[in-house]
Design a protein around this ligand. Structure first.
Ligand SMILES: [Zn+2]
Length: 143
């Protein structure tokens, strides 16, 4: 399973002792999902949340990008079937057509940048439509 995560320590809101936070992204049932697990080292305070989008997704994504760095996904064939690329991106990301078109253009010209899990997810969607991709593009500049 393609997954990426990180562990940080914060302060427990109940007792003030260190609380371990595990953040992660993974692929399940055809979607990129996030999860966050909190476990206090000093009291029984613990929880687990999961989802597919929203503000928590953004926070986890930013933390993963800061920790592991972004990945660039590129087409290895410069002239792929444009309709197949568009379909793959639409299916994978549930995007309206104009947005999917914009992503397809970015993918063709510069490559798409995101977390490892997100890019592996797109690579798999493209592979299902016989479009080859690779991660070995130019180095990615953070920010
Ligand atoms: Zn606590």
């Amino acid at each position: 399973m393609i997954t990426q995560g990180l562990t940080t320590v914060t302060r427990c809101e109940k007792c003030g002792r260190p609380l371990t936070l595990e953040l992660g992204e993974y692929i399940e049932r055809g979607r990129v999902r996030w999860s966050i697990t909190g476990q206090c080292t000093g009291c029984p305070h613990a929880w687990c949340e999961q989802g597919v989008s929203g503000p928590t997704a953004t926070r986890i994504r930013d933390a993963l990008l800061a920790e592991h760095g972004p990945v660039r996904l590129q087409l290895t064939n410069p002239e792929p079937n444009p309709v197949a690329v568009l379909r793959a991106l639409r299916d994978a990301l549930h995007l309206p057509l104009p947005e999917a078109r914009a992503r397809a253009t970015t993918l063709r010209e510069a490559g798409l940048v995101g977390t490892r899990v997100e890019m592996e997810f797109l690579a798999e969607a493209l592979r299902r439509r016989s479009i080859a991709t690779g991660f070995d593009g130019p180095p990615v500049n953070p920010g």
